[in-house]
Design a protein around this ligand. Structure first.
Ligand SMILES: Nc1nc(=O)c2c([nH]1)NC[C@@H]1CN(c3ccc(C(=O)N[C@@H](CCC(=O)O)C(=O)O)cc3)CN21
Ligand SMILES: O=c1ccn([C@H]2C[C@H](O)[C@@H](COP(=O)(O)O)O2)c(=O)[nH]1
Length: 283
C-alpha cells in the first residue's frame, strides 16, 4: 500500500503533463514504477485508502484466463469494466472487424489462449506454461503475452498489462508482469490485485509455493479530471494494514479455472478501508 501511495505522490509532485490523443485528455505522467507483492506472506495489495472492488478485478482476470472476447461474458462473471471500451469507443465502433454489441475483438485473453499462427492454427500460450510448470520445468521462456501488434486493428484496446513471465526456483514460483500504460487511480487498483492473484492461482494449479510478484510499469498517469480527488482526498488518508486473500483449495487445474470457478471461490479477510471514491473513467 505504501508503494502505491508513494507512486501517487510522485506523480502529483514530479509528473509532467502529457496530452493524450486517444482520450482527448491531459495526463500527469511519470515514467517507470516498480512494485512488488509478497504472495508467499499473503499480503494482498488491495487499496485501503478507498473502497476497492476486488471481486471485479478477479473476475476480469478470470475472463482473461478463459480467453473471453466479449463484454457480456465479463459482465456474467461480475465485471463491467469492458462495457465502455467495447461499446462507446468511437474508433472501435467504426472498425469493420467489430462483430456487434459487446465485442472486444482480439484482445488480452484471446491472444493468451489462441494466438493466430501464419498456418491458420492457433497457439495456447497459457496451456504451455501451465504444462511446463506442472512438470517442474522452467525453460526461461514461461511467458504469456497479450501484445500482438499485428492484430491491434482487430481489438478495441491495446493491452495495458501485456506480458506475464513466470519463473521457478526450486519449488517456488515467481511472476514478473509488465504494463506499458497505467491509469493509477482506477486501473492500478485492479492490476495490483490481478498480478498477486495470478501468481497465487498459477502456484496453486501447478503445485508450487508462491514467492514474490514483480510488477513493472512504464507510463504511470493520473487523468486531469482525477487529480483533485487523488491529491486532496485519497492522498490525505492513512492506509490500513494489508488484508489476506483466500482461494478455494479445490481449484487444482486450468480446466477448473475454465469451467466452474466463480467469485464465490475467493474471499478477502481483514479488509479495512476508507469510503469509496468515484474516479472519472476515460474511454
Ligand atoms: N481509462 C482507462 N482506465 C482503465 O483503468 C482501463 C481502461 N481505460 N480500459 C480498459 C480497462 C478497464 N478497466 C477498468 C474499468 C473501469 C474501472 C472502474 O470503473 N472501477 C471503479 C468501480 C468498479 C466497480 O464498481 O466494479 C472503481 O472505483 O474502481 C476500473 C478498471 C481497466 N482499464
Ligand atoms: O488493465 C488496465 C487496462 C487499462 N488501463 C488504462 C491505462 C490507460 O489509461 C488506458 C489505456 O489507454 P492507452 O491509450 O491504450 O494507453 O487504460 C490500466 O491502467 N490497466
Amino acid at each position: 500500500m505504501q508503494s502505491y501511495l508513494q507512486l501517487c505522490q510522485r506523480i502529483v509532485d514530479e509528473g509532467v503533463w502529457v496530452t493524450n490523443e486517444r482520450t482527448g485528455k491531459r495526463c500527469l505522467t511519470v515514467i517507470n514504477a516498480d512494485l512488488e507483492y509478497d504472495v508467499a506472506g499473503n499480503q494482498f495489495p488491495l487499496i485501503t485508502t478507498r473502497k476497492s472492488y476486488w471481486k471485479a478485478a478477479i473476475a476480469e482476470l478470470l475472463g482473461y484466463l478463459r480467453g473471453y472476447d466479449n463484454a457480456a461474458d465479463f459482465r456474467a462473471l461480475g465485471c463491467k469494466t469492458w462495457d465502455a471500451n467495447a461499446n462507446q469507443n468511437e474508433a472501435w465502433l467504426a472498425n469493420p472487424h467489430r462483430r456487434g454489441e459487446d465485442d472486444m475483438g482480439r484482445v488480452y485473453g484471446v491472444q493468451g489462449r489462441s494466438w493466430a499462427k501464419p498456418d491458420g492454427s492457433h497457439l495456447d500460450q497459457l496451456r504451455k506454461v501451465v504444462d511446463n510448470l506442472s512438470k517442474g520445468l522452467d525453460d526461461r521462456g514461461e511467458i504469456v503475452t497479450f501484445y500482438n501488434p499485428g492484430e491491434f486493428d482487430r481489438g478495441c484496446l491495446r493491452p495495458c498489462m501485456h506480458t506475464h513471465n513466470f519463473s521457478l526456483l526450486g519449488d517456488t514460483l515467481y511472476l514478473t508482469s509488465y504494463q506499458r500504460s497505467c491509469d493509477v487511480p482506477l486501473g492500478l487498483n485492479f492490476n495490483q490485485v490481478q498480478v498477486f492473484t495470478l501468481l497465487a492461482l498459477m502456484a496453486q494449479i501447478t503445485g508450487h509455493k508462491p514467492g514474490r510478484a514483480y510488477h513493472k510499469i512504464v507510463n504511470a498517469h493520473i487523468y486531469e479530471d482525477q487529480l483533485e480527488l487523488m491529491r486532496d482526498v485519497q492522498l490525505k488518508r492513512e492506509p490500513f494494514p494489508a488484508p489476506q486473500l483466500e482461494i478455494n483449495p479445490e481449484i487444482k487445474t486450468l480446466e477448473d479455472l475454465e469451467t466452474w470457478v466463480s467469485l464465490d471461490d475467493f474471499a478477502v479477510h481483514n479488509y479495512q478501508y476508507h469510503p469509496a471514491i468515484a474516479y472519472p473513467f476515460s474511454v
